[in-house]
Design a protein. Sequence first.
Length: 281
Amino acid sequence: MDKEKIRQLSVKATKIRKHIIEGVYHAASGHPGGSLGIADILAVLYFDVMHVDPSNPKAEDRDRFVLSKGHCAPALYGALAEKGFFPAEEIKRLRQIDSFLQGHPDMKGIPGVDMSTGSLGQGISAANGMALNAKLDNKDYRVYAVLGDGELEEGQVWEAAMFAAHYKLDQLTAFVDFNGLQIDGKIAEVMSPSPIDEKFKAFGWHVIVIDAHDYEQISDAIAQAKATKGKPTMIVAKSVKGKGVSYMEDQAGWHGNAPNKEQYEQAMAELDAVLSKLEVA
């Protein structure tokens, strides 16, 4: 991946992060921490990998994306707005009663959302169904999903892991957002899912471990997943919760809290400074 592509993806990820802060601030509720942590993955997927068309969101042969950790919808909405599925101004109406941008993704009301999610553990099962459909119908589209590391405490995830391996769903690529934190604190203290990589290998998956904020590693892992035949791929992405906003980084307290006016202004100033450097590079 050349420097210009990395710069372009960095710009998109930073804009997604701005949308996250914008939405959560105006809603006075939401989940900024985990949303910020997956912005780089979404930037690569939506702006370098996935075949999707904002003018035809339900195209039969489009690639699919399932945000299994549905509470991180602000990140998905930011990516969809940047891609052109709906006006970015809608972000400011996140979670408002008359807005189509609900607190969790809604496939019936939001252009570009392929699956309604919210109850943890269920999204990866839906992604399995999409990938199985592609295989049975001899379709070329791929299915991508993002799970949280705390979400791995849900038993349904492991049922889905067995299913995907059993049916050799090689068109499925999933990411675990491995930031080590959940709403109650450190996952190692709440209910440790580690070693995540070895567990998915034992369940029959091809497993890759990467830095969730390194665009080359994200891109290379996805390319490796595409080349893997006969088994699904799990990309264990080591991330920083709250990435990009200094006071939110690696702080479990920002799992589900909205910034106040002063904190909002600080976060936006930090992201604007990053964006300014990137756009003149």
